[in-house]
Write a protein that binds this ligand. Sequence first.
Ligand code: DX5
Ligand code: ZN
Length: 220
Amino acid sequence: MFEIAPSILSADFTRLGEEIRAIEAGGAKILHVDVMDGRFVPNITIGLPVVKSIRKVTDLPIDCHLMIIEPSRYAVEFVEAGANMVSVHVEIDPHLQRTLTVIRGAGGQAGVAINPATPLVSLEEALPFADFILLMSVNPGFGGQKFIHTSIDKLRRLRQMIDDRGLETRIEIDGGIDASNIKQITDAGAEIIVSGTGVFGKGNPTEGVRELIEAATVWA
Ligand code: DX5
Ligand code: ZN
């Protein structure tokens, strides 16, 4: 089973409420919100006020992907603003176990995000404290980048790592995913599929979500 999590980074921000209704109509199950600070990644996007606003217009779980330095300073504030899931990057938090525990304590699901060149072994000690892993299949910072093909093998190894430990940790994958590659990705064991351009790129987000679901469910 998989769920589609459209990234609102590629939505039309002047009509964000309508865009959210459109993806709900298509069958989206999670709303992915990319928070960037211009420090950890070379781009600045949106933050707490926008999360508070979108909380009022949707019942979908809100998934905040924090691409910021010092994520532990803000993680709980995102839960309080209405996020159901909050992920922090393993590359930027020296006290990851504490941050994950604090997110859970605030009532959120705690996630660890991991960049393409960061080895999976860096997740090992944090896994029991995480509700999900956000595997990046592009270097974070921008929508519309090309899927890094080695991510499929990394995804399979992460699936194995979680299954070997008998953990329930879910796998989310993010970056460069569209109808052409989603089946390969769900087959390799990803459960939450983030897509920005794949959903919003053609101007019909309802259809965009439906296309992804169909592409992932075709019989081989
Ligand atoms: C990249 C973000 C992604 C991005 C995905 O830094 O984390 O969530 O919005 O967009 P696409 O699907 O266009 O690669
Ligand atoms: Zn993201």
